[in-house]
Design a binder for this molecule. Structure first.
Ligand code: GLU
Length: 411
C-alpha cells in the first residue's frame, strides 16, 4: 500500500468526524505544487547516472512548506506525496507556523561514494531551488540524509541567493544548526511516552521497550529512554536483523558499535534475531522507528505483543493493520504526534536563524517539551471526548486548523 493511500484513508475517517465540506476535503487532500526533476550525476568512474527527484509541497496555508528530504530506492511520487501530506498535519498539530512538504530522490545512497552523494545533493538542490526559500519551502533531514547533506543544500542555495541559513534546517551546529536538533525526534517521542505513561498507568521507569530501527530516531530514543527515563530497551534492529537482551541492552555500547558501521545483530551482549521475530517480543512499548508500511495485516498486526505502539517512523502502520490493532485493544500513538519533535526543533532553528540569536540546549528542550505536551494533551482530551483513537483525534485537530487557515485566506 502506498504512502498516499495510507494517508487518504486515515484522512476520510477524521474528515467525517468534523463534517468537513467536500470542497475543503478536495483542497486538503490534493497537493499545492509538485516538482519532479531529473538529477544527472557524474559518478566517480566518469559515467553520468540520471536519478529522479521530487519536491512536493502539500499545503502552505499556515506558513512556509516544511519537511525533510529522503534518499531511498522506494522514494517515488506516491511515497513523497503521502509524506508531504503528513507534514501538513504534523506542523498544524504542533501549532507551529509551517505547512507541509517532502522531498525525495529515488536512489540507494549506500551505493554512492561521499563525493557522489555531494554531487547528487548539489544537483538536486539546483533543480528544485526555484521553489525553496525561508518563506516558501524549508527542507530538513529525513531517511538517509543528515546534517552534512543539509550543509551542502545550504551552500548550494546560498551560492545563488546569498547567505541564507533559514533556507534549510537540521544543519550542523557550526553552520547555524540548532543545539538539540539531531536528537529532537527521539526526545519528542520520549516526552510523549512520558505523558502517556502517566495518563494510562504504564510507568516508563523499568518498562520494556522494543525499537525497530537504530538510526537517528531509534538510536537517540534508545539512549534517552534508558539514560533519562530509566526504561529498559530490550531489543532493537536494523536492516540486517535484530538483537535482544531481556535484562536490557547496553545502549551506549551498542551506539559505539553501530557508529563503526557494524550491524546491531553482531553486538556480543545479546541474542541475534531475525527482523520478523522482533515484532513478536512481549513488551510494554513497541516503537517502529524506520520506514513506512511495516505493520501490516499480512505480516505482524495479529502477533504484535505490546501495550502501546508508538509510531516513531512516518506511516509505519497500514490502515487495515491499524483496525486490527484497534480491535485487539492495542492503542497507537500516531506518527504526526509521536515523531513531531524533529520538525518542532526545526522551527526553533529557523526562528534562531531569522533572529540571528542562539538558544541554549536547555531552552530548546524546554520549549520542545511544552509544545509537544500541549499537542498530546489536546489529542488525548479529544480522543476521550469523542470516543475515537488518538490518530483520528489528532487528524481532526490538525485538519480543522488547516481548514480554518484556508477559509481565512479566502478559500
Ligand atoms: N523529516 C522529519 C519529519 O518527518 C523532519 C522534518 C523537518 O524538520 O522539517 O518530521
Amino acid at each position: 500500500m502506498s504512502g498516499k493511500s495510507i494517508v487518504e484513508s486515515q484522512f476520510e475517517r477524521a474528515a467525517d468526524l468534523v463534517n468537513l465540506d467536500a470542497y475543503m476535503r478536495r483542497i486538503l487532500m490534493s497537493p499545492f505544487r509538485e516538482v519532479q526533476v531529473e538529477v544527472p550525476v557524474r559518478m566517480d568512474d566518469g559515467r553520468i547516472e540520471v536519478f529522479t527527484g521530487y519536491r512536493i509541497q502539500h499545503n502552505g496555508a499556515r506558513g512556509p512548506c516544511k519537511g525533510g528530504i529522503r534518499y531511498h530506492p522506494d522514494a517515488d511520487h506516491d511515497e513523497v506525496l503521502g509524506l508531504a501530506t503528513i507534514m501538513t498535519w504534523k506542523t498544524a498539530l504542533m501549532d507551529i507556523p509551517f505547512g507541509g512538504a517532502k522531498g525525495g530522490v529515488t536512489v540507494d545512497p549506500k551505493k554512492l561514494s561521499k563525493l557522489e552523494l555531494e554531487r547528487l545533493t548539489r544537483r538536486f538542490t539546483q533543480r528544485i531551488s526555484i521553489v525553496l526559500g525561508p518563506y516558501r519551502d524549508v527542507p530538513a533531514p529525513d531517511v538517509n540524509t543528515n546534517a552534512q547533506v543539509m550543509a551542502w543544500i545550504l551552500d548550494e542555495y546560498s551560492s545563488r541567493h546569498g547567505y541564507t541559513p533559514a533556507a534549510v534546517t537540521g544543519k550542523p551546529v557550526s553552520l547555524g544548526g540548532s543545539l538539540g536538533r539531531e536528537e529532537a525526534t527521539g526526545r519528542g517521542i520520549m516526552y510523549v511516552m512520558t505523558e502517556y505513561a502517566r495518563d494510562f498507568g504504564i510507568p516508563l521507569k523499568g518498562s520494556r521497550v522494543v525499537i525497530q530501527g537504530f538510526g537517528n530516531v531509534g538510536g537517540h530514543l534508545a539512549r534517552l529512554l534508558q539514560g533519562e527515563a530509566g526504561a529498559k530497551v530490550i531489543a532493537v534492529s536494523d536492516v540486517a536483523g535484530g538483537i535482544v537482551n531481556e535484562s536490557g541492552l547496553d545502549i551506549p555500547g551498542l551506539l559505539a558499535h553501530t557508529a563503526a558501521r557494524k550491524p546491531v545483530s553482531e553486538w556480543k551482549a545479546g541474542k541475534a534475531i531475525g527482523n520478523e521475530q522482533l515484532w513478536t517480543i512481549p513488551c510494554d512499548w513497541l516503537v517502529p522507528a524506520a520506514l513506512g508500511g511495516v505493520i501490516t495485516k499480512e505480516s505482524n498486526a495479529r502477533v504484535i505483543d505490546c501495550k502501546v505502539v508508538v509510531e516513531g517512523a512516518n506511516e509505519p502502520t497500514t490502515p487495515t493493520a491499524d483496525l486490527i490493532l484497534e480491535e485487539r485493544g492495542i492503542p497507537v500513538i500516531p506518527d504526526f504526534l509521536a515523531n513531531a519533535g524533529g520538525v518542532t526543533v526545526s522551527y526553533y532553528e529557523w526562528a534562531q536563524n531569522l533572529q540571528q540569536y542562539r538558544w541554549t540546549h536547555e531552552q530548546v528542550n524546554r520549549e520542545l517539551q511544552a509544545t509537544i505536551t500541549k499537542a498530546y494533551t489536546g489529542v488525548r482530551d479529544l480522543a476521550k471526548q469523542k470516543g475515537v483513537t488518538f490518530r483520528t483525534a489528532a487528524y481532526a485537530i490538525a485538519l480543522q486548523r488547516v481548514a480554518e487557515a484556508e477559509r481565512l485566506r479566502g478559500n
